[in-house]
Design a protein around this ligand. Structure first.
Ligand SMILES: [Zn+2]
Length: 153
């Protein structure tokens, strides 16, 4: 199987790990967001955008190194078809009941990854990944994402 043409490539990346209360079983469970920096977005093989930092939203495909990073640090992320998005992508799942925590839920306004101040921003655990990232997915940008490396340990 040949790898698909990436829609997003990044020089630096990492996982932001945090805890969330499962909407389904109410257990405290972990979620991860894929943060990227110094990234380019591609369309039909051409670079259409080039920016500082973002979260990778609805990742439909990840390169081998990123798949490995997730297996090690956030094995509750796996390819799943979620009802809301109607696409299959790497989504968070509750470690207790297995319910999918879709990106619309985890990454939305007032969600876990919508910090209002540095204190909130410092809460997730930052796990830096090695090497460049290649993915098929979209970007979900907010100003705090440029400060992840300064604020998150
Ligand atoms: Zn649950």
């Amino acid at each position: 199987m040949t790898a698909p043409s990436p829609t997003l490539t990044a020089a630096r990346h990492g996982l932001l790990l945090a805890d969330i209360r499962c909407y389904h079983c109410q257990a405290l469970t972990s979620v991860a967001a894929i943060w990227v920096a110094d990234f380019e977005e591609h369309e039909d093989g051409e670079v259409i955008d080039n920016r500082e930092a973002t979260l990778l939203a609805y990742p439909k495909w990840l390169d081998e190194g990123r798949t490995r990073l997730i297996l090690i640090h956030s094995p509750w992320m796996r390819l799943a078809a979620t009802k809301t998005s109607e696409i299959t992508y790497w989504a968070n799942h509750c470690q207790v009941c297995g319910a999918a925590h879709g990106d619309h839920y985890v990454g939305g306004v007032d969600g876990l990854y919508w910090p209002q101040d540095d204190e909130a921003l410092a809460r997730p655990t930052f796990v830096r990944g090695a090497g460049p990232l290649r993915a098929v997915g979209s970007s979900s940008q907010s100003s705090w994402m440029t400060r992840v490396e300064d604020v998150c340990g």
